[in-house]
Design a protein around this ligand. Structure first.
Ligand code: C2E
Ligand code: MG
Ligand code: MG
Length: 746
């Protein structure tokens, strides 16, 4: 409803009252005109009154220009109806009656101008019309100076009324605008807040000065699954009390401190229990202070941050646990170990490093899904095999670690290790696949083997390394001496990796001679490593390390090439023998490597002799035999080295038709002292002869041995008696080189 219409109501009542008064006054003299006029005024006023009443009930709406026109038209019409007859009556009356009518018209003009002030045009029309009618009435009643003065007075009065109406209009308009602004602001804020609650999972809350909740929103009610009246029963800090939930007490303590001091708080996270488990709310609020400075309560926002908290907790769990087995990971294990070292008696603590034997083979053979299932199953068995309070962790791959917390002594540790080995070596059935693995264990005892997590883990690893070296399915306790040797070994291994690039290797050659003629038949290439600090390192020491690290493959290729390059410089009837490690046979490209050495040097394949040991045939006999056949097919000779040591199974001689068998020097050197050595050498000779193989005896140091070996039927002899391994330039075998001072053979 418009303001002007609201004011219209008293105006109508006043008009009817004024009209009634005038009608009563002039009823007798001018009844014929005054009564119908009164009826018209009363009817018009009644209609307007009703219109206003109706519009009072209808909702507020914006003012259209058509409605403005209507108001202006109504103002003109009413101006005519209300003032027309009284103005005419001015011409009909004199004296006191005239004065009364003038007073009434003045009042009507002022009242109308003020009432219509809210619609300026309507006010102007009404006042101009009224002044015009009254002026006409005055002038019609007589044209004298007094009448003109009255007209002038009314015009001036009308102008003043208009000016006042315009001022009123401005004041009214600005008041209305302010109200509209306020209303709009209120609406906008209301809408924004509603929108805020709809858009987010957050909700707004408000309390009174006693911290009791006021007007809880729908969202708030839903969030805590309580009705508005239930929520109003609570205060800000009593709603979420659940001391059994970790962190609840602490959060409430903080909240109460803020409330006690009447301070704002922000993002205070409170965990509490619900029927669906623990939930977390993040609550922010600020105090409401009235204009007079009194505290009126708190208002703020609350968000359910349960999902974020759960994700955070999950991340924290993931950061501390292995994703596959859900066991603690290294960092978490270290924390647990650190804690145990602080609170427990060190004598009762030990760290076990475990590594599965044959895990890689399971992965290769059955695929990663089975490999993963195996790790999960292993973690399950480990958890069952340890005692409560012990910690089982997975450090990655097939490495597990156990913290034993209630140990009675080293004897018990042996039982524990054996139990773990037994449990894990029992077969697994994983997705219908039968899988077996073993486990090696290294043990470090807290106190004696270390006081810190780092030291204990390092020493358990060192012990594990020794367990692995000792063979599968076993355990070792940490020992400082063994650790020292191990460290040495690891240092050598490290140096070995750099040695090839640093040119620290040299090839020596040791001749072997014909037992018949005593002439050199060929030379064996023997590798030497000149370490910058340690000096000459024996191949017996470094070859196993090169094999373990895989370095033997490039190193062996280098030896082959150097040996061939040297041999082409010798007389063409001399052979060169090169030792090939079993590890080199794992590489299927070995025949290629050999051919490349031959091609680059130009050495005839028949001059190259490959020396292998029984281990080569044991490792993976099928592929090794294939490679041997391939090499043989390329025209090279194959010798079985160190025969009589190791497994010494004569059956190896039947596996492959070797060209030569080299009897190990341990037999040769015991030939004169031990009867059985002679018997063995003869037996080897018989078998070899039967299979068409020649025999070379290694380690011939004396002429006596030489004679015996010759008698037994060894075709070739090799040993210090003829020459120690030498640098090739000292052999005197190269064309045009003379080495007179060192006799090659006796
Ligand atoms: P091997 O192949 O049996 O070599 C013979 C070893 O016996 C050589 O030791 C040689 O110096 C030694 N020897 C020869 N005659 C006598 C003697 O009369 N008395 C004594 N006491 N020893 C004698 P070396 O050079 O120390 O080599 C040891 C082992 O290292 C070799 O045994 C061989 O298995 C391995 N090796 C050497 N060079 C290489 C290589 O280039 N590749 C591979 N894979 N292994 C190599
Ligand atoms: Mg050899
Ligand atoms: Mg040998």
């Amino acid at each position: 409803m418009f303001a002007v219409e609201r004011l219209m109501m008293p105006m109508m009542i006043a008009n009817v009252a004024i009209a009634g008064g005038l009608t009563a006054l002039l009823y007798k003299s001018h009844g014929w005109v005054i009564v119908p006029w009164f009826a018209l005024v009363a009817a018009t006023s009644a209609v307007r009154f009703c219109q206003v009443l109706v519009s009072l009930r209808s909702p507020e709406r914006s003012r259209s220009s058509a409605e403005l026109h209507r108001i202006v038209a109504q103002a003109i019409l009413m101006g005519l109806i209300f003032n027309g007859v009284p103005s005419w009556l001015l011409t009909q009356t004199t004296g006191l009656t005239f004065t009364i009518i003038v007073c009434q018209l003045t009042g009507l003009m002022w009242a109308g101008s003020l009432i219509l002030a809210t619609v300026a045009t309507a006010a102007v029309c009404y006042v101009v019309l009224t002044v015009g009618l009254i002026s006409a009435g005055f002038l019609a009643s007589g044209f004298s100076l007094e009448h003109l003065y009255l007209v002038a007075l009314f015009v001036a009065g009308g102008a003043t009324a208009l000016r006042s109406a315009v001022q009123q209009h401005h004041a009214f308009a600005s008041d209305q605008l302010r109200q509209l602004d306020l209303q709009a602001n209120g609406e906008v804020i209301g809408l924004l807040l509603k929108d805020y609650e709809e858009q987010t999972s957050d909700w707004l809350w408000e309390t009174d000065a006693e911290h009791r909740y006021r007007r809880p929103s729908e969202r708030f009610q839903q969030a805590c699954n309580k009705t508005a009246s239930e929520i109003r029963e609570y205060t800000l800090d009593t709603l979420l009390i659940a001391s059994e939930v970790a962190g609840n007490d602490e959060a409430h303590g903080k909240l109460r401190a803020f409330l006690a001091e009447g301070r704002s708080f922000r993002d205070l996270v409170i965990p509490f229990a619900t029927d669906d488990g623990v939930r977390w709310w993040s609550i922010s609020g600020r105090p409401l202070i009235e204009a007079d400075g009194t505290f009126a309560g708190y208002r703020g926002v609350c968000a359910d941050v349960t999902a974020a908290k759960k994700a955070e907790a999950r991340l924290a769990h993931l950061a501390h646990h292995d994703g596959l087995t859900n066991l603690p990971n290294r960092s978490f294990f270290e924390v647990r170990l650190q804690h145990a070292l602080q609170v427990s008696d060190h004598d009762r603590l030990a760290v076990l490093s475990l590594d599965l034997d044959g895990f890689k083979a399971v992965n290769d053979r059955h695929g990663h899904p089975i490999g993963d299932a195996l790790l999960i199953a292993v973690s399950g068995r480990l958890l069952k095999a340890v005692t409560p309070g012990d910690v089982v962790a997975r450090f990655g791959g097939d490495e597990f670690t156990v913290l034993v917390t209630n140990l009675s002594g080293a004897d018990e540790m042996e039982t524990i290790c054996q139990r773990l080995i037994d449990r894990l070596t029992e077969g697994f059935v994983l997705q219908e696949a039968d899988v077996t693995v073993g486990v090696s264990i290294g043990v470090a005892f807290a106190g004696t083997d270390g006081e810190t997590p780092e030291k204990l883990l390092k020493n358990a690893d060192s012990a594990l390394y020794r367990a692995k070296l000792a063979g599968r399915g076993t355990y070792r306790f940490f020992s400082p001496d063994a650790d020292f040797r191990l460290q040495e070994r690891q240092q050598i291994m490290q140096d070995l990796r750099a040695a090839l690039g640093r040119d620290e290797f040299t090839l020596y050659f040791q001749p072997y001679v014909s037992s018949e003629s005593g002439e050199v038949a060929g030379c064996e290439a023997l590798l030497r490593w000149f370490h910058p600090v340690r000096g000459l390192v024996s191949p017996v020491e470094f070859i196993p390390l090169a094999e373990e690290s895989g370095l033997i493959v490039p190193l062996g290729a280098w030896v082959l090439e150097q040996a061939c390059l040297e041999a082409v410089r010798w007389p063409p009837h001399l052979r060169v023998s090169v030792n090939i490690s079993p590890i080199q046979f794992r590489d299927r490209s070995l025949p290629h490597t050999i051919m490349a050495a031959l091609t680059r040097s130009g050495l005839a394949p028949s001059r190259l002799e490959v020396e292998v040991t029984e281990t080569t045939l044991m490792e993976d006999s099928h592929s090794a035999l294939d490679i041997l056949r391939h090499i043989r097919a390329l025209g090279m000779r194959i010798a079985l080295d160190d025969f009589g040591t190791g497994y010494s199974s004569l059956s190896y001689l039947r596996r492959f038709p070797f060209d030569k068998v080299k009897i190990d020097r341990s037999f040769v050197q015991e030939l004169s002292s031990r009867q059985d050595s002679q018997v063995i050498v003869r037996a080897i000779r018989d078998i070899a002869k039967g299979l068409g193989m020649t025999i070379t005896a290694e380690g011939d140091e004396t002429t006596e041995q030489a004679l015996q070996l010759k008698e037994t039927g060894c075709e070739e002899l090799q040993g210090f008696l003829y020459s120690k391994p030498r640098l090739p330039e000292h052999l005197g075998l190269r064309y045009g080189e003379q080495v007179a001072d060192v006799p090659l053979y006796a």
